[in-house]
Design a protein around this ligand. Structure first.
Ligand SMILES: [Zn+2]
Length: 227
């Protein structure tokens, strides 16, 4: 039922794409996610192998995280909570899996955008050397954050946009102090649960897609994560 392992890569070629050391049935720890993201970002040329933020500031990373949250809101405006992923070909449509010939379909929708928030959030902590959450925890271990208790100055969150604004605020607090990072992850997990999004599934699918993307030769300024 799983695809055969890919053929050994040509060592003279561009950096090889790391593959996950787990089956889709296994829950993944936050530490393992962070390591996967780092390996792929380096392999794709989206991040310097030397580590550190290079010429980018924490504010750059925060702004890009907030962009991802905005993309989740845009996805909601376009598709509500529908999975808007279009299968790359008939085979991908039939199996729901990446096609051996054409690769993975591009994930689209709120779930995919929230996965981008997760990926960039873990990458931000890794690049700047602070912990987003305990490495041995899985997403299922992350407790909900109740906005009525954590953000008593806000009105009750009602709409999807309210929740995205709250998530943005929780992410923004990381800029003031990285000790706010676990609360930001909890807010992300809370929003995903609230809207019935399986964040681990979305993470896995998005990373599968990101691994299949080509190596970047130059390109956009600011930090890439494939988002
Ligand atoms: Zn195909």
């Amino acid at each position: 039922m799983t695809d055969p392992p890919p053929a050994a890569a040509d060592q003279t070629a561009e950096p090889t794409t790391p593959t996950p050391e787990r089956t889709p049935e296994m829950a993944i720890t936050i530490g393992a996610m962070t390591a996967e993201i780092r390996a792929n970002n380096i392999a794709k040329g989206w991040r310097s192998a030397e580590g550190g933020p290079g010429g980018n500031t924490l504010g750059d990373y925060i702004a890009l995280l907030e962009t991802e949250v905005s993309e989740a809101l845009e996805a909601y405006r376009d598709w509500k909570l529908e999975d808007a992923t279009k299968p790359i070909c008939g085979k991908a449509a039939a199996t729901g899996r990446p096609c051996p010939e054409h690769g993975p379909s591009k994930p689209e929708g709120v779930g995919s955008e929230l996965a981008d928030v997760l990926i960039r959030l873990l990458d931000t902590g890794d690049v700047f050397g602070f912990e987003i959450f305990g490495r041995d925890f899985e997403l299922g271990d992350v407790a909900d954050l109740f906005p009525a208790r954590s953000d008593v100055d806000l009105p009750e969150l009602v709409s999807f946009g309210d929740h995205m604004a709250w998530l943005t605020r929780r992410i923004d607090f990381i800029w003031t102090s990285p000790t706010n990072a676990p609360m930001a992850l909890r807010a992300l997990v809370t929003v995903a649960r609230r809207y019935g999004i399986d964040l681990e599934f979305e993470y896995t699918r998005k990373m599968e897609y990101n691994r299949a993307r080509p190596y970047r030769h130059g390109g956009r300024a600011l930090v890439e994560t494939g988002a």
